[in-house]
Structure formats: C-alpha cells, structure tokens
Design a protein around this ligand. Structure first.
Ligand code: ZN
Length: 163
C-alpha cells in the first residue's frame, strides 16, 4: 500500500480545525489503515492525525508499543472524534512531530487522561491513559484543532534543532 505524504509546517492546512467523522464505512477504515502505514513509515512514528496528510477529519492513530519509552498502553488505537474528557497531573517530556521534522521540544502535558472516541463502527468508547501514551494522544488530538507542539513548548529555549 502506498504511504501518504506528510504535510509539513508551515502548511496552512495544519492550522485548520478538522471536521467531525460522520460516516463509518469501508472508506473510513481504509483511510485509518493508510494513516497507520504512514505513521509506521515515519521516524519514531507512534501517532498520526489525519490533518497531517491533508485530510481535514477528526481521525487519530496511536500505537506506542514500538516506542523506546516503555509505557502501559492500549496497543493500536484507531480513534475518530476523540475528546479528552478529563486531565489529571502534569508531566514534562520531549516531543517531536512528523510535520515539524527538524525540531524537538519540551512540552507539559497531563499525566493521566480520560479520552472518549468513536471506533471504526461509530461506537463511542472511553479509555484511561497515562504517561507516554497519554502524551501522544494529547499531541494528536491537538492536531485536530490546528495546534502543534511548538505552540506549547515551555520556552523557546526548550525547542532545539534535531541533530
Ligand atoms: Zn504531530
């Protein structure tokens, strides 16, 4: 399967608010599959959001199992219309992004979140996530509202060029 092209900052499409997913069909599943493949092809790809491939839809794929940062996780997640319902605690960690390839930065995120989303069949689900996986989910949900991690770095000194 071909891998989709990742659009990069400062492409204006990364700054749009994405539209809700309303149709749950084979086409949606095919797009989720393509997003997953595109994520896995990228360096350190543990998450991806549809706006990163120019699709203005509220779709997120997360899979932290391949991360070097071990964490309790839910394996592969296909999330449509995800909403972070509750946040608890605070943690500081390093983030990068397939759409901001040259930079990494320190970002404060909630330690634990409760997130709801629609699965492939349009069924609403809810999970509690914490640590690195929760960080990735928060990062990807931000993409759906046109927010990039570089907007959230704790200071410009916390943004460094990737070597
Ligand atoms: Zn990103």
């Amino acid at each position: 399967m071909p891998v989709l092209k990742i659009i990069k900052q400062p492409d204006a499409r990364l700054r749009q608010k994405a539209a809700a997913v309303v149709t749950f069909d084979a086409q949606l599943e095919a797009l989720f599959d393509l997003l997953e493949e595109t994520m896995r092809a990228g360096p350190g790809g543990v998450g991806i959001a549809a706006p990163q491939v120019g699709e203005s839809l509220r779709m997120v794929v997360v899979d932290c199992r391949a991360s070097l940062r071990p964490c309790k996780n839910h394996g592969l997640l296909y999330m449509a219309n995800p909403v972070v319902e509750e946040m608890d605690g605070e943690t500081l960690g390093r983030e990068g992004c397939l759409s901001v390839p040259d930079w990494v930065g320190m970002v404060k995120r909630a330690q634990t979140i409760l997130v709801s989303y629609d699965d492939l069949h349009g069924q609403r689900r809810q999970i509690e996530s914490s640590g690195f996986e929760a960080r990735v989910i928060q990062h990807e949900v931000d993409h759906l509202d046109g927010i990039l991690f570089i907007d959230r770095v704790i200071s410009t000194k916390a943004l460094v060029r990737r070597l």
